[in-house]
Design a binder for this molecule. Structure first.
Ligand code: H79
Length: 422
């Protein structure tokens, strides 16, 4: 009974913490090319592992990462504890390929977890199942595998025991973990792994890339079609098109692209983790920080349209606008980017008592009138004079407050049902 209540709270926590900072950080930040440089450049295993002797992030300060997340309206951090390369960012007792065996010598996950706890920032852990370092960790059933070296001893049973030990450490020594992000499905069914996580972190949510289905889905660099997610969802996207880890010659996404992606996912009810790769010294590159701050300024201005709001795009059934609601407020999200400065919200024929552009708080024009393009129909709510050219680099959200939004939606639902029946 108590367990159930906790699970319920955590689910709400996941639903309340909508926007997060994903952080990919490890030895790969030293070459600054891609987090999978070892595989994607066919790099010699020993050559890659030699980077361990150079890793010394003297400027790592978790409070600076949290400052950035806060400035963007983010409420959680998802941190790569171990990526495909097998390097561990915590003081694990199960391998020496870890942060505490570098010149730096400190447990970076402990530092981050302490700071998150102190500042009320949620913490989610990323853990990759492929392991290009562990001698037993070769899994021919999965992708992202580096063929074993002559001295390796591929043995998935032993490797899974290692994984179990590591996840138990992660879920024991670092306080409350909001969610657990497995990466790269192993194509091995084994519910005992998620059971370990759940026993140690009651109420945690686990994603869908592990040894069983899990609790939430994770579209990656992809915005699914549709109006609403049918299960808890956290979309993940990097600010850089090429890499998740720090990359010197990165192609950064435009703010327009990122805000369109976030708005669509969030209007469908999903969470969104936006990724940046810190440099090997522990600092977040200024160009990346600026992108996150820019997206964050937009997010802070419109977040009331996502946080605690209900996705209701299916009621309108359109492909040019997304809709959420909260009480009597209807939020109209101009996703995809608008073609013109006005929108017709047919079949609504009711005037809201307030209409504002959430991005800047200014009033927008709203009239119920007959439109030439819909001249043989009823008068409809027409929102116009939207300053679309002033907001090309961010998604426009319009807030319309009605006297009785339930009544409006109720009549639309019956209309949709009747039309569907005919
Ligand atoms: O850590 C970052 C990338 O290095 C890692 N995942 C993100 C979070 C990644 N490794 N390979 N890829 C991404 C390539 C794409 C894999 C995908 Fe899938 C195929 C994403 C969705 C389908 C495999 C299957 C991973 C998730 C499901």
């Amino acid at each position: 009974m108590e367990h159930q209540a906790q699970a319920c709270n955590a689910t709400q926590g996941f639903g309340e913490r909508r926007f997060g900072l994903f952080i990919h950080w490890g030895l790969y930040a030293i070459p600054g090319w891609h987090e999978q440089i070892q595989m994607r450049q066919g790099m010699d295993k020993r050559q890659y592992q030699a980077l361990q002797a150079q890793f010394d992030p003297q400027r790592f300060d978790p409070d600076e990462w949290i400052d950035l997340a806060e400035q963007a309206g983010m409420t959680y951090i998802c941190f790569t504890t171990k990526h495909h390369d097998g390097f561990c960012l915590w003081d694990t007792q199960y391998t020496n390929f870890k942060i505490t065996h570098t010149p730096y010598g400190r447990d970076t996950l402990a530092m981050l977890a302490d700071a998150c706890k102190r500042r009320g920032m949620g913490l989610s852990l990323y853990y990759s199942i492929p392991d290009w370092h562990h001698p037993n960790g070769y899994n021919p059933l999965s992708s992202h595998q580096v063929p074993p070296a002559p001295e390796d001893e591929p043995d998935m049973d032993r490797y899974i025991d290692f994984v179990k030990n590591q996840i138990a450490e992660l879920c024991t020594n670092y306080g409350e973990i909001m969610s657990f992000f497995w990466d790269i499905p192993p194509n091995i069914y084994d519910p005992t792994l998620n059971a370990i996580i759940r026993r140690l972190q009651p109420g945690i949510l686990i994603n869908d890339r592990g040894f069983e289905d899990g609790d939430y889905s994770t579209p990656e660099r992809h915005v699914p079609d549709g109006w609403k997610f049918d299960k808890p969802t956290e979309a993940v996207q990097s600010i850089g098109r090429q890499s998740w880890g720090y990359r010197t010659n990165e192609d950064y996404y435009s703010q327009q692209f990122l805000t369109q992606s976030i708005a669509k996912i969030m209007a469908m009810g999903g969470n969104y983790a936006l990724n940046v790769g810190p440099r090997a010294d522990g600092t977040i590159p200024e160009i990346g920080a600026n992108i996150i701050r820019g997206v964050g300024l937009w997010y802070l201005s419109v977040k009331e349209a996502y946080e605690g709001a209900e996705p209701i795009s299916e009621v309108f059934g359109r492909d040019d606008l997304m809709f959420t609601r909260k009480g009597n407020a209807l939020y109209v999200h101009l996703v995809p980017a608008p073609e013109s400065s006005g929108i017709i919200l047919n079949p609504v024929s009711v005037l809201p008592h307030s209409a504002i552009l959430l991005n800047n708080g200014a009033a927008v024009k709203a009239v119920v009138e007959k439109m030439p393009t819909l001249a043989n129909e009823k008068d409809y709510l027409h929102v116009s004079d939207i300053p679309v050219n002033e907001f090309v680099s961010q998604v426009i959200v319009i807030k319309l407050v009605f006297d009785d939004l339930d009544g409006i939606i109720g009549s639309m639902e019956s209309r949709v049902t009747i039309e569907n029946r005919v």
